[in-house]
Design a protein around this ligand. Sequence first.
Ligand code: AGP
Length: 624
Amino acid sequence: MCGIVGYVGAREKRGILLEGLKELEYRGYDSAGFAVLTGERGSEQMQSFKATGRLKNLADKTKDFAFNGFGLGIAHTRWATHGKPTEINAHPHTGEFSYVVHNGIIENYKELKDELQALGHTFLSQTDTEVIVHLFEQHFSQCNDPRSAWERTAKRLKGAYATLLITKAAPDRIFYAKHGAPLIIAGKGTESALGSGRESKAHESLESAQGAERPQIEIYFASSDAPLIGLVDMVVYLEDGAVGDSSDFATLSPKVPLSHSKSFAQKDGFRYFMEKEIYEQEQVLLETMLGRVKEDAIVLDEIDPALFDGISEISICACGTSYHAGMVGKYLLERMAGVRTNVVLASEFRYAKPILLKDELFVVISQSGETADTLEALKLAKSQGLRTLAICNVDNSSIVREADAVLLTRAGIEKGVASTKAFATQVMLLWILATFLGVERGVLGERERERERANMIAAIAATKVSQNLHERIKRLSKRYLHGHGFFFIGRDVFYPLALEGALKLKEISYLHAEGYASGEMKHGPIALVDANLFTIALMPKYLLHEKIASNVEELSARDATICAIAQEEFALADDWIAISQAGSYMEEFFAMMVALQLLSLEIAVRLGNDVDMPRNLAKSVTVE
Ligand code: AGP
């Protein structure tokens, strides 16, 4: 979704801002822009640039510009919420002497806009964001103090926001405010200038450096850590309610190390991040297991065991792919741990007046840890006194910080908008959790625990992409580009996998696809069946094979075109994607998952689509 980058310092600003935005590209956007304020005190120059479409358009438009010397820059990628993705609606938005960028939604923008228009402010865009800059200038005209004007501005904003503002009224600092959307500040420079919780003020060094001497320190802002990797070592994840300016950095706490390595974020010779992430699954799944699944025990020592004391049931709440992982979790938790489990969509949960039980464990699942619906559902459950557990891929994300306990999936940075390795690690972690609780609750004995461990190891090996499989799917994909739609069908854990297969295909191929419980086809959807309806049938050997086989037969009798994904060939299927020989249904699950991911990828590639940045989608959905 939208992305923010900010910079205070002497380095060339266009390059830094564009590079930073590039790191956020994967999150999805439809326009971009930046504003800079440079020059000596008293002769500051402010300029802004915007372009619709890809970042390259902004880079081309600004190729003749360079902004050296001490100054400020703020930049933004916009995913349209209020107003179309036009240049006028792109950020930064401006008033008379300031620029603002913003992620999130200002819920009371209409009221503020009416008020400001009545005071003579002219608005150019259809966005909610533009009110921030006018509100600031209005307050500044009254108090003539930029810091106080900014604090008063933030007080008036309702909704979710991470926002940066630069103004000629304070040309040495960037103003920030954060509530409900992530924002990070980081510094680089001499120890004394940056401070480490001492009373030194970074802006003093900045101000003294306004003249002949260039400042020794740089301050960066970003809406996620990707743009900061390799630039800074220590960061501050700002808390909700944080309002201030870049000169506060020295006194902010806690400063924490930035943990990711840049190499995780490169394509390493693959055509797409999604492809690389499919191939990485074997490696990251091993990380997920590491230290948790031991030869003689399942150990979750990240969690206080009291979290599980006396729980009567579990509710899992998530969106999209994470919701599908949650559905797999329900089958596993009920079967292996004997604990009743509900799975709910976060966007539905929030407004449904859910009945929550005090002895219920509330589990949220999120790759990004920033999904607004999931975060709000978590807050709601917490406010009702429930114990909460987050299964998340991003340490220090809002969801991680909010939950009582956390299990990190350890998938590494996932850049493809279509989630692959994050899903794999979520399912693995739920499987580990189900085994752990199964043992704790006496449902699983030692033999069963050992069996699950062996199955997990085999399942991870089954995610290794063989060249045969990939080539087969590449060739096969050309037969599945037309038709009037896809049905992905499966039973039990293969039903959420079918939902996930259909979601993957929709996201990147833009073809219509539905996931269905195979036993439900005869209750309606079978009416759609003809030779141009493609059915992708998940046919495990070790779980309800006969049942799914008869469902597929019913479709075949009505001339559906069927592609079976299975260990063994099924005579009535038109095509067969053979998965490697497996010894358990969960091993088959992980092998089929890879086949489905590759099938979506190759269909989308043949259709000429941008696999990593599909239209209209955002990696991290920070609006409800
Ligand atoms: C997955 O391919 C999707 N892009 C999307 O459904 C995603 O899973 C959903 O938005 C939830 O995101 P989260 O896991 O970061 O909370």
